[in-house]
Write a protein that binds this ligand. Structure first.
Ligand code: BDR
Ligand code: CA
Length: 313
């Protein structure tokens, strides 16, 4: 096999984050150097614990999990218990994790890893607010030229927002951090709501996870059933959007996705549109292209990949 892709997953689990972590840990093409937890869907104490619960569920307790930022750069933390439940991982009954949290601060781990590994070999995969990534870029600006790419879930344009009419949750929670990342010069691939809203969990798909008959398969079905109820009510859809696994799926099978290079700017001033990602899809400004923005997904191929990979755990 070709060299494994080295990745760091920065995450705020969250059921969809959990499925993304399971997909990464199940995939031999990926070398998960560490998982860094950030405050987002629920406070940091829960996101770092949830990350460890998922590593244990995957049977990979040797995975290194670090705790990062407790709050956004400039704003008060907004959480999403109404979507993910009080624990952030409502649905399955997962045991308290036995594996220890690493002592190093997540931001230091990100910087140290990028300075130590060969340049352009480590991909960052942010699945939550961009606070840890922005802090790392501020702490050691040299990492910008060493990161291979940042593949992130966040933003929305044609679909609008999901937490306000114009903003998607991850960007809304820490718009200043998103602004730092978008201005970093690092190659960025963005999975906005425009693509994730086409990756719906649907009852038939959830059943495929359950039919794996494994702990991972059954727990995934239980997580998705809890997670999807909120968006099913909101959008009147069969299933909810499975956002974060799109990031990991892109690393494994980029051909599942299509999009275009655009300028992306984020609103950090107006309360009305705070955290809106202004995506110049039609190229009407002269602003430089700073992200590959995805808009379409082969959703059957995506779910086939997920079921096949989670079936390996
Ligand atoms: C994003 O927000 C969170 O609730 C999900 O985990 C995902 O990362 C979708 O807007
Ligand atoms: Ca997330």
């Amino acid at each position: 096999m070709a060299d494994r892709q080295k990745i760091i997953i920065d995450t705020d689990p969250g059921q969809d984050d959990a499925v993304a972590i399971l997909l990464a840990l199940a995939s031999p093409e990926l070398d998960v150097l560490g998982i860094t937890a950030v405050a987002g869907n629920v406070p940091l104490k829960l996101t770092e614990k949830n990350a460890r619960k998922i590593c244990e569920l995957a049977g990979k307790p040797e995975t290194k999990v670090f705790a990062g930022a407790i709050r956004p750069l400039a704003r008060t933390l907004v959480t999403a218990e109404e979507v993910h439940g009080q624990t952030g991982l409502n649905g399955p009954d997962l045991p308290e994790p036995k594996m220890k949290l690493q002592e190093q601060y997540a931001v230091d781990f990100i910087v140290e890893t990028l300075m130590k590994e060969d340049a352009h070999t480590v991909t960052l995969c942010p699945l939550g607010p961009l606070t840890d990534i922005a802090l790392a870029l501020i702490r050691e600006p040299k990492i910008a030229k060493r990161i291979k790419q940042i593949v992130l879930m966040g933003g929305g344009f044609f679909e609008g927002g999901n937490v306000t009419p114009s903003a998607e949750f991850n960007i809304y929670v820490d718009p200043q951090a998103a602004d730092v990342v978008l201005h970093s010069g690092v190659p960025i691939v963005m999975m906005p709501l425009d693509v994730t809203h086409k990756a719906l969990t649907k009852a038939t798909r959830v059943e495929k996870f359950r039919k794996l008959g494994t702990r991972v398969g059954i727990a995934t079905a239980q997580m998705l059933e809890f997670f999807e109820r909120f968006d099913e009510q909101k959008y009147g859809s069969d299933g909810g959007p499975l956002h974060d696994p799109c990031v990991i799926a892109y690393l494994l099978k980029p051909e599942l996705f299509s999009g275009r290079e655009c300028n992306v700017a984020v609103e950090t001033g107006s309360e009305l549109t705070m955290g809106m990602t202004v995506i110049d899809w039609w190229g009407v400004t002269k602003r430089p292209k700073n992200a590959l923005v995805m808009r379409d997904i082969d959703h059957d191929g995506f779910f086939d990949l997920l079921v096949e990979r989670l079936g390996r755990l």
